[in-house]
Design a protein around this ligand. Structure first.
Ligand code: SAH
Ligand code: SF4
Ligand code: F3S
Length: 470
């Protein structure tokens, strides 16, 4: 059943802002905070929103969790190992609290939206003080106040997951790079995936809101914006024609130098969008296009709603419109019922497409998803063997793609000084490949023309040039 999207009213946001002011004035409030973030870019950006709210309350960041007055875990539940890592660290706060009885601990993010999780936390983990799901970030002030006042029931009240809110403060990590949410949630229900359960129904922000946020970012000196959504291709700004291609077009007029976006679902990658990507000079020549598998049998069991052939067709369309585009992907091995032949189809897809790189995962059953009930689980040894072979194959391809780029010119947004060598700057090329080149720290935050000179492990080496030839 489709749940209704609930836009959060201005009154409700004002109420939370009022609580922010109340907390700021209290001498017993936490003075410092540490946010520990797991999972994807959405969570990374949500943490920037959480930090924005906490700073409005007068708190300062503390990177050492042992020293912070408030620890907030922004969790992920996409795979079992993500959950286990977070739980281990949450439980460890019990020890920190022994030394520091005034410590407050909050748990938010996708784990908090799982059925029954908040009640379990409340009943079994007395050292956790409050919790809220990813749809309720705007309620952080209220939950924190309840926790400070010892109202445990209210501090853990599980709530809606399909809200849409505007107007909260955001504290961005970098002055030159920014995440920008275009849509929340997901309606695709891939059979293995927990995201539709924990992030709620798909809902797009109004185009005017996105554009005004982007304009402010550009005015503030941001060079690169990454648009976020679980399936940005199905963005729908509510008015006729307000699709993702149009959004990119309008964003191009803000003067932003670089635009990226993720994630794109191959089933919704229409020709109109490819055309816009090709002709919009701000859109970077890179696309993350998760394939998940190269086998039609698996793709159908995964409910991905495209075939190997339609995936390859999209790749051809992208490359014919943008010959220098770099493609990256996500792949799952050992989905229930995956035979050696199905896995061979994934290997051959990787060979055929020649991705710049791939994120590879062993299938992890998730409670509440359709695939969790499927028979024919692949034994763990087979799964490990397959992922090892897949990684080796992709590493070979990455090396040869990198080799083919030597001698070409590109631009790098210099993000910082290389950790290994203080004389080198590090950043990403237009194709989103990590790249190091010699240069002074004054260039950080600028887009620098370079020529690729070689490759390191998973990085390109480059030198500065005057100007990238056309
Ligand atoms: N919305 C994005 C993906 C978000 S999750 C998309 O559709 O592409 C990121 C990746 O995690 C997925 O692409 C998938 O490869 C992987 N993943 C998701 N659920 C998984 C599971 N149960 N087991 C293993 N990998 C999973
Ligand atoms: Fe999960 Fe599929 Fe939605 Fe991506 S598109 S978030 S894999 S359900
Ligand atoms: Fe994890 Fe939630 Fe992202 S489950 S991958 S943090 S959407």
């Amino acid at each position: 059943m489709r749940e209704a999207v609930r836009p959060v009213s201005r009154e409700e946001i004002l109420r939370q802002e009022d609580i922010i002011r109340q907390i700021r004035l209290r001498p017993d409030r936490p003075q410092s905070y540490c946010i520990i973030t797991y999972g994807c870019q959405m969570n990374a950006h949500d943490s920037e929103k959480l930090a924005g709210i906490l700073e409005e309350m007068g708190m300062r960041p503390e990177s050492d969790r042992q020293k912070a007055d408030l620890i907030l875990f922004n969790t992920c539940c996409i795979r079992d190992n993500a959950e286990r890592r977070a739980m281990g660290n949450i439980i460890f706060t019990k020890e920190i609290r022994r030394e520091k009885p005034h410590l407050l601990v909050g748990v938010c993010g996708c784990m908090a939206q799982q059925k029954g999780f908040q009640d379990r936390l409340k009943d079994r983990y007395p050292f956790v003080d409050f919790s809220f799901g990813p749809g309720e970030i705007y309620r952080l002030p209220e939950r924190l106040l309840y926790a400070m006042e010892g109202h445990r029931e209210e501090a853990f009240k599980s709530g809606e997951d399909s809200t849409l809110y505007e107007g909260l403060p955001v504290l961005r990590r970098d002055p030159f790079f920014a995440y920008l949410t275009v849509m929340y949630g997901c309606d695709n229900f891939c059979s293995y995936c927990v995201v539709p359960m924990v992030r709620g129904r798909e809902r797009s922000r109004a185009m005017a809101q996105i554009l005004s946020e982007a304009e402010d970012l550009v005015k503030g000196g941001v060079q690169e914006i990454m648009l976020l959504g679980q399936n940005v291709n199905s963005y729908d700004g509510g008015e006729p024609g307000a699709d993702f291609a149009r959004l990119l077009h309008e964003l191009g007029k803000t003067g932003i130098r670089r635009l990226r976006f993720m994630t794109s679902n191959p089933k919704d990658l229409l020709d109109g969008l490819i055309l816009e990507m090709a002709r919009n000079p701000a859109v970077c020549p890179h696309l993350h296009l998760p394939a998940q598998s190269g086998s039609d049998r698996m793709l159908s069991a995964m409910n991905r709603r495209y075939t190997r052939e339609t995936y390859l067709d999209r790749v051809r369309a992208l490359r014919s419109a943008m010959p220098h585009i770099g493609l990256t992907t996500d792949l799952i091995v050992a989905f229930p019922g995956e035979s050696e032949q199905d896995f061979g189809d994934t290997l051959s897809l990787v060979e055929e497409v020649r991705f710049d790189s791939a994120f590879t995962f062993i299938y992890s059953p998730r409670t509440g998803t359709k695939a969790a009930g499927l028979p024919d689980r692949v034994p763990p040894e087979t799964a490990k063997d397959r992922i090892t072979r897949l990684i080796a194959k992709q590493e070979d391809i990455t090396r040869s793609v990198f080799a083919s780029l030597i001698g070409t010119a590109d631009h790098v947004l210099a993000e910082g000084v290389s950790r290994r060598d203080g004389g080198q700057l590090t950043g990403k090329t237009g194709r989103s490949l990590a790249c190091n080149f010699p240069g002074p720290p004054e260039l950080i935050g600028q887009i620098v023309p370079v020529r690729i000179t070689g490759q390191g492990s998973n990085t390109l080496k480059a030198e500065r040039i005057e100007r990238k030839p056309e």
